[in-house]
Design a protein around this ligand. Structure first.
Ligand code: ATP
Ligand code: MG
Length: 366
């Protein structure tokens, strides 16, 4: 297997709602998933990620809306007729079957010829690098190996889509990182459409072609990882995907690049996209990533400068993470690369922090 063969399919989720009594688990969700895409659903606990995945799989019956695969409705089809591969957290292997038999199971159910089963199982085990473990039983495998068997089993029958619900959450950090890499490689190699659910924002940022952020059963924002990280639309997304400082102030003037906001006499310049200037006098919120702030060392001055006192100081090898208390905007988190500072600012020390007008993002306070 070399370059990706496009075997993925387009999925369209059209105005899907699911109610449990008076509770709305999915609220009018619409989503287009392109063939071959790695799409991640990200959101807090209870936001409806599993309900959406289970609706796609056919285990949950939505109350409204439709699900289309390559423009044809599949909403009425039972799960087994949808032909989707699934790896769910705790969706265990059959303990009494060998690795080989576990992976062969979906093909046996589909009554494929023996020779074909052997070829496909061998190929699937190769793909997840477990060919040498074919005769073992699940209890003789590590957690990561078991997850890889589950993946092989989900992919062996060439499913239309692969649905993964927190498949790595039970694994320790190192193993998770390894399997993340492996999943990404697999995705590239097989060209299958992946819909992936995770709590883990780093996982979402590093693995996805597109991230869909959910909250209270709704899609609140979607986009490529970089676009979502750099241009969150709301304070919720800015806070959920990475860390953010929130600067609240009043719009004082408009400028060529954007606008100036003030708070307690301090003026902060903020760039904005063409035409997007909030009216003068409006209360606004700017989200500002900690790593976009520097601590003044006498170099080039930034568009914005703010005085404060270091109240927390933590060393993380490659970076320092500080909290700087400011009079006007409260505590501000700052992340600075270690290599830039021979003598980093210490707790209790007065500092000036700075950032450029393009560093922050105007967000809706939601
Ligand atoms: N069968 C059910 N009956 C009643 N309420 C349900 C049922 N299934 C899910 N819910 C509710 O729907 C909401 C969404 O649940 P869902 O499992 O989709 O969340 P999630 O985003 O996957 O959360 P987590 O990250 O914790 O897995 C939750 O508030 C949950 O309690
Ligand atoms: Mg869930």
């Amino acid at each position: 297997m070399t370059s990706a063969v496009q075997i993925g399919h387009d999925l369209n989720i059209d105005s899907l709602s699911k109610f449990y009594g008076g509770f709305t688990a999915l609220d009018n969700v619409s989503l287009e998933v392109k063939r071959g895409e790695f799409l991640t659903l990200l959101g807090p606990s209870g936001s409806g990620k599993t309900t959406l995945l289970m609706s796609i799989a056919g285990f949950v019956q939505p109350d409204r809306g439709d699900i289309l695969l390559d423009q044809r409705s599949i909403a009425h089809l039972p799960p087994e007729r949808r032909n989707f591969g699934m790896v769910f957290q705790g969706y265990a292997l059959f303990p009494h079957m060998s690795v080989y038999d576990n992976v062969a199971f979906p093909l046996k159910v589909r009554k494929r010829p023996v020779a074909e089963i052997k070829d496909k199982v061998d190929a699937a085990l190769d793909l997840v690098q477990l060919a040498s473990r074919a005769d073992r039983y699940p209890s003789q495998l590590s957690g990561g190996q078991q997850q890889r068997v589950a993946l092989a089993r989900a992919m062996v029958f060439t499913p239309h889509l692969l649905l993964l619900d927190e498949p790595l959450s039970a694994l320790d950090k190192k193993l998770r990182a390894e399997l993340q890499e492996e999943l990404k490689r697999l995705h590239k190699r097989v060209g299958l459409t992946f819909i992936y659910v995770t709590h883990d924002q780093d996982e979402a940022l590093s693995m996805s072609d597109r991230i869909v952020v959910m909250r209270d059963g709704k899609v609140v924002q979607q986009g490529a990882p970089g676009a979502l990280y750099d241009r969150p639309a709301t304070s919720f997304v800015a806070d959920f995907l990475g860390k953010s400082n929130f600067l609240r102030g009043t719009v004082e003037t408009h400028t060529a690049e954007g606008f100036v906001l003030t708070r307690q006499g301090v003026r902060i310049a903020q760039a904005s996209a063409a035409g997007e200037r909030p009216p003068i006098g409006q209360e606004v919120v700017i989200a500002l990533r900690p790593e976009k702030i520097t601590v003044a060392t006498g170099g080039r001055p930034h568009d914005n400068a703010l005085k404060g006192i270091v109240s927390e100081w933590n060393y993380f090898g490659s970076q320092f993470r500080l909290v700087v208390d400011t009079l006007e905007f409260g505590a501000i988190a700052v992340v600075i690369p270690t290599w830039k500072y021979g003598e980093p600012p210490a707790a209790g020390q007065p500092v000036t922090i700075g950032w450029d007008r393009g560093a922050g993002t105007l967000v809706d306070d939601a």
